[in-house]
Design a protein around this ligand. Sequence first.
Ligand SMILES: *Cc1c(COP(=O)(O)O)cnc(C)c1O
Length: 380
Amino acid sequence: MKSNIHTDPFSVENLNTLNYPTPFYLFDRNRLRDNLKQFKEYIPNVDVHYAVKANPTKDVIETLNESGAGFEIASTNELNLLMQCGVNAEKILYSAPVKPGKFIHEAYEYGVKKFAFDSKQELEKITQSAPGSSVYLRLSVTEHGSRFSLTDKFGVTLDKVVELMQYAKQLGLDPYGLTFHIGSQATSKESWKYAIRTASKAMNLLEEVGIKIQMLDLGGGFPVQYTETVPTLEEIGIAIDKAIKKYLPYRVTLVAEPGRALVATSAVLVTSIFARIKRRYMWLFVDAGSYNSLFETLESQTSMKFEIYHSLTEYNKSLNRRYTVTGPTCDSLDVLAKDVTLPSELKLGDRLYFKSAGAYSVALANSFNGFEPPAIYFVN
Ligand SMILES: *Cc1c(COP(=O)(O)O)cnc(C)c1O
């Protein structure tokens, strides 16, 4: 697909010219490259490992790989995808702290050497399936605000750190590092500060028993500006840098695993209105919904708000009105946005564009009720 370098591919003017059947996603490879570049600029001295689960599309992986990113995986299928895209094993971290033993072995066979863990049982599995590997311990940290929490499922408190890392050594594994994840779409930069402080305490405890780690992995959670105001990457970078300087007892290799922050803004979801019905609210039905496109609207019960724009180029702004925008399935939870302000003139066949639709969208899509996930097109 060709595109004019002078136009923004996500502008109304450009999107209106695209005649593909809706719904579809339009991805811009340049945005992926820029997002990676900006991440490295604002969160400096950190090795970037893209969290594949945020968007496992081949073009996304290839573009980020060519631009120098590493990767973070949770399964053999994600590993296979990276293999198909020619990603070297040294660039892969296996950061899911709890894994099927078979997956550990398959990653080990490919040459992956670094595995996260948070229990003795997991260490035993790693010893059996990937002997001699480097392991990094997932810490449980306090989240100071994030849209999708991860505190309960994974991670250990400080009192377990020494015992687990000593056990790793005893099993012939390399007690390589520490990691944490402050939850996805974090809304407070304080989260990183406190998490880094917790990691520093763990480093001190380990140093007392003669274990010096090599890597601190800051995980993901870097937020994207949808319609809510979130700290910028620059602000987060400053907070991280301060915390590192203030708390860490010695230098380590720093790693980050952004998912959302690299892919969200790289795509727009293009939909068409196929019904406009007044009953209690004014409803707009569009041909993509929570199940086949924007799963996080379902997961968050629409408290996660995407920015929506539209195909009208001439309309009366003073006549804007409020709508509930809903997906095509017969399920009542399939609602994309409540109380969103859009032109009153919108009619059947007009399009709604959902901005920043590249993260946890394609990855979570299903064909519930016979509505298939949108096609995917790339520019640049
Ligand atoms: C999901 C996940 C990430 C990415 O999270 P984002 O919020 O998309 O940045 C990074 N690391 C691990 C271990 C994850 O599970």
